[in-house]
Design a protein around this ligand. Structure first.
Ligand code: SF4
Length: 277
């Protein structure tokens, strides 16, 4: 792992993140050791190495927390997406605590914060997350099958740990999103639909694979498309799955599911007579 001194930690949002209403992105790391086969970030200019090496390198912005301390004022009250091209709770975060340092710096400035992760380590920071008035944690749960998960993202945490994290976040009063994105082959549509209906996330997002033939920055890698074909998962099966989910709850699809949590005004200061019986 390479450690670097970065110049800034908040970048103006671009692409679908900007279209979703975010003003800023925040990436404490470059690269991601989860190395999911379908990761679009592997194809973006921010990735410093060829897509074939995605998942095998990581650069950490060692001054991320200090930068956030200095720069958090400029994102005050605005919509911040953490993170767009890495996972803020990948294994290195356990010891480096860059994401935690950024959160601590942001609290005072109360951005509308979205945390996007598949790392159950996010529960470590519940105490800080609870201090944001407007926050949502999106957890990626792209399938119901750990066997399928292992084929696409063998280095990422087991699904049950992600569900445990989601339950813990919710119990702590934090708004949660479940991102079934990209929607990987589903082993038991009915059982998964029931699980999602029972949990009822604040936001539920699905997204089919997309294949732009390499002609567009964010694309699904060939390796992921090959696994999908081998498992005989098709666009028609995806459509049936989404239709089934919609019998129970609202389902956003694709970009439409990535938007900031609503603005929450600070609680009014106690009035002169408040609390007087
Ligand atoms: S966790 Fe996210 S950023 Fe990391 S490889 Fe997987 S999809 Fe890409």
């Amino acid at each position: 792992m390479e450690l670097i001194e970065s110049k800034s930690i908040f970048s103006p949002a671009t692409g679908f993140i900007k279209r979703g209403g975010f003003e800023w992105t925040c990436n404490p790391y470059i690269g991601c050791t989860y190395g999911c086969a379908y990761c679009y970030a592997a194809f973006l200019p921010q990735a410093k190495r060829p897509p074939e090496e995605w998942g095998r390198w990581l650069t950490a912005k060692k001054n991320a927390a200090a930068l956030a301390e200095r720069q958090a004022r400029k994102v005050a009250g605005q919509a911040v997406y953490l993170s767009s091209v890495t996972d803020p709770y990948q294994p290195a975060e356990r010891s480096l605590m860059l994401t935690r340092g950024i959160l601590e710096a942001l609290v005072e400035h109360q951005p509308r914060l979205t945390v996007q992760t598949r790392g159950p380590l996010v529960v470590r920071d519940i105490d800080v997350l609870q201090q944001f008035r407007s926050v949502r944690v999106n957890v990626s749960v792209p399938t119901d099958s750990d066997e399928v998960r292992k084929q696409f993202e063998p280095k990422a945490p087991p699904l049950e740990k992600r569900w445990a994290a989601l339950r813990e976040l919710r119990a702590a009063g934090i708004s949660v999103g479940v991102c079934v994105t990209p929607t990987l082959p589903i082993a038991d549509v009915e059982a998964f639909a029931n699980l999602l209906a029972e949990f009822r996330p604040d936001v539920l997002v699905c997204q089919d694979f997309h294949d732009a033939g390499g002609g567009f920055g964010a694309d699904t890698g060939d390796a992921a498309l090959a696994i999908r074909k081998e498992l005989q998962w098709t666009a028609a099966k995806y459509r049936k799955f989404v239709d089934r989910l919609r019998r129970d709850q609202h389902v956003y699809e694709g970009e439409a599911g990535f938007f900031p949590p609503p603005q929450v005004e600070p609680a009014a200061a106690p009035g002169l007579f408040d609390g007087v019986a």
